[in-house]
Design a protein around this ligand. Sequence first.
Ligand SMILES: NC(=O)c1ccc[n+]([C@@H]2O[C@H](COP(=O)([O-])OP(=O)(O)OC[C@H]3O[C@@H](n4cnc5c(N)ncnc54)[C@H](OP(=O)(O)O)[C@@H]3O)[C@@H](O)[C@H]2O)c1
Length: 439
Amino acid sequence: MALGAYVSPIGEPGKRPPLRAQRSLRPATRTVALLGFGTVGRAVAQILCRTPESHLRLTHVFNRSFERKRVDWVPDRVQWTDNFHEVLNSNADTVVELLGGLEPAHEYIRQALISGKSVITANKHVMAKYGPELLELARRHGQQLEYGASVGGGLPVLAALHYGLAGDRLLRACGILNGTCNFILSNMEAKGTSLAATLAEAQKLGYAEADPSDDVNGLDAACKLAIVARLGLRAELNAFEIPRQSIANIQPSDFRYARQLGCTIRQISLAELDGQGVYAAVTPALVPLNSPLAAATDNQNAIIFKGERSGETLLVGKGAGGDPTAVAVVSDLLAIREGPCTPATSLAEKYPVAHLSCPHYLRVSGENGVDVLDALAPILDQHGVALEKSLEHSDKGKREWALTTEACGTGVVRELVRDLAQRERISESPLCLPILNSE
Ligand SMILES: NC(=O)c1ccc[n+]([C@@H]2O[C@H](COP(=O)([O-])OP(=O)(O)OC[C@H]3O[C@@H](n4cnc5c(N)ncnc54)[C@H](OP(=O)(O)O)[C@@H]3O)[C@@H](O)[C@H]2O)c1
């Protein structure tokens, strides 16, 4: 066959199909309205505007006070607006929601679906809280709702759950789902700097927002964990009820102690099925140095799924940032097909959150001359917590101890820490973290 000959997929080789059949081979052009021209919205617009051969065509950019957002690389045909009704009444068939926050994002997604538009969102807060009802709304209106960028940024966590692992029964999801906390903890570890100084650096580099509280206190990761548990473990958890502990009390000395125990510290999100319910938590934890979770640094995310038949599957990569997250958004856009394809309402069952039981790391300190260990023994006894190992360390007039306990429940530990914080002879707020096993 001569080079360049046309191979017809239908009919005789070498003969061009009729025009109608040719057209149907090409995907129909998808018209896209973007809500939000911030870090991710801008990066999505760049992909859409700089890939002219794509069948995705940007038609609208919606943002408050949009005049200050205009850029010359967005073609003139794209309409800029701060009026959501213009988007609703437009010919855009798909709305990409990148505003963030619960409202008005949730309401805009609802209205877009009701008015017959498919929706792509990167919004973990909305999907954690309203996911099942929005998916049902999409199904009823014959539209699609995709949210791959809401967990793991550029890491295809939900795609893995949706397609690659859907044939297995998943028992456990354990990983790092917040890039800001991972940047802070891995840089504290590498440079020996304080949390405040490292957070300031993360803000300077654009890895942390001006108000990083939802990252630091674990709410951001809890929303992502709830989405993962729904899709992967078929367990419907209330993200706001998942027990979580802030990383705010981690000090450089905790990394030194962790190392003595063959570990480092990461913010871990864990959901695990057991006979009675689901263990779930978002907490800084000691992670063995030989774990792939310890190897995830800077703003990387990493997650290990454990399936009944597939065993362990690890995903690791850039979990945040405009470009990686935009890739996930555009991948969702490319995956959208014609017609009503959003799967039926989640099959997840509602579960109360159970407490984890594992060994813990405990750091306490006392004023000069106070033997905290002596003071501690009866208190640990009272709470039924058994001591395993103790590492003493003296520092600038205070005596500090790092201890490990035998396996005990996270609920018991929380009570213990509350109790210790009220004891006069113990000078600083004690810190207690779970220790992950190396399996
Ligand atoms: N950044 C990441 O690495 C990342 C990773 C994964 C997922 N996500 C998710 O992606 C979404 C967008 O994040 P982002 O980092 O791009 O946020 P961002 O930089 O704050 O951008 C949000 C944009 O939306 C605009 N906006 C917010 N509320 C609005 C409202 N009510 N009406 C009109 N415009 C409004 C903002 O305008 P102003 O400029 O006036 O504030 C801003 O331009 C969030 O759901 C986030 O959780 C982000």
